[in-house]
Design a binder for this molecule. Sequence first.
Ligand code: GRF
Length: 233
Amino acid sequence: MTLALGIMASGTGSNAQAIIEAINKGRLDAEVRLVFSNKPESKVLERARAANIPYASLDHKAYKDRESFDRDVVDLLQNAGVDTIAMAGYMRLVTPPFLEAFPQRVLNMHPAILPAFAGAHGIADTLAWGVRIAGCTVHFVDNIMDHGPVIIQAAVPSVPGESHEALAARIHACEHKIYPQALSWLAQNRLRITGKEQRFVELLPRQGSSPEGEIQAQATASADYFIVPPLEA
Ligand code: GRF
C-alpha cells in the first residue's frame, strides 16, 4: 500500500532527500504528503520546496508544553492525509498523544547501532568512546527515546582519531540506503512487531515468494559497510 508519508526533521534533511529520491526512482511506494520541521529556518524545508512537496513548520518555543505542541503537529499531519511518519533528524521527543495518532507507524533513524549511544549526540559519543564499529539504526518509535524495536542496522568502521565529519559521512551514506529500504518493507506490509515485550521486528517474505526463492543472504556486505537484514533490489 502506498505510504502517505510525513517526514519530520529539524536540520539538513539529507535523509529526507534520500527518501524523496527513492520514491522518484520507483524504489519506494510512497508519497510525501508533508515535510514538517520545528525549525522554520531548517534546510529540509528548502529541499521540500525545491521538490514541490508541501511543507510546514511550527516553532515549539511558542508552546507551553510538549503535548500541546504535538497535538498541533498531529493536526497538520492528519490534515495532509499522512498515515506514516519518518523522523529524520527530528530533534524533539514525541509524546503519547503523537504516538497514539499513528500507532506502529512512526519510524526514526539514529546514527549509532542501538542500544549503544542513544541520545542527541550519537556520532560524537561513538568517537568519544573509541569504539571500532559505528553505524546506524532504523527503528519503530515508542515512548522511550531511541528505544523502539529495531528494523534494520548498518555497521561501518570507526577509525581511531578520525574527525566527526569523516565518520558522519560514512554513517550518512548508510542511512541513505537503509531508510528507504525500511520504509519500503513497511509499504509492502512486511514488518511485524512481535514478542512479549514487543521488542522484535519480523521481516515477512515477499508476497508470492517461496521460502526457497527468498534471498538466502544474511546481510548486505561490502568493504565499506555491513547491513542486516540485507537490502533488497
Ligand atoms: C542523521 O544522522 C540521523 O541519524 C539523525 O539526525 C541526522 C539527520 O541528518 N537522527 P539529515 O538532516 O537527514 O541530513
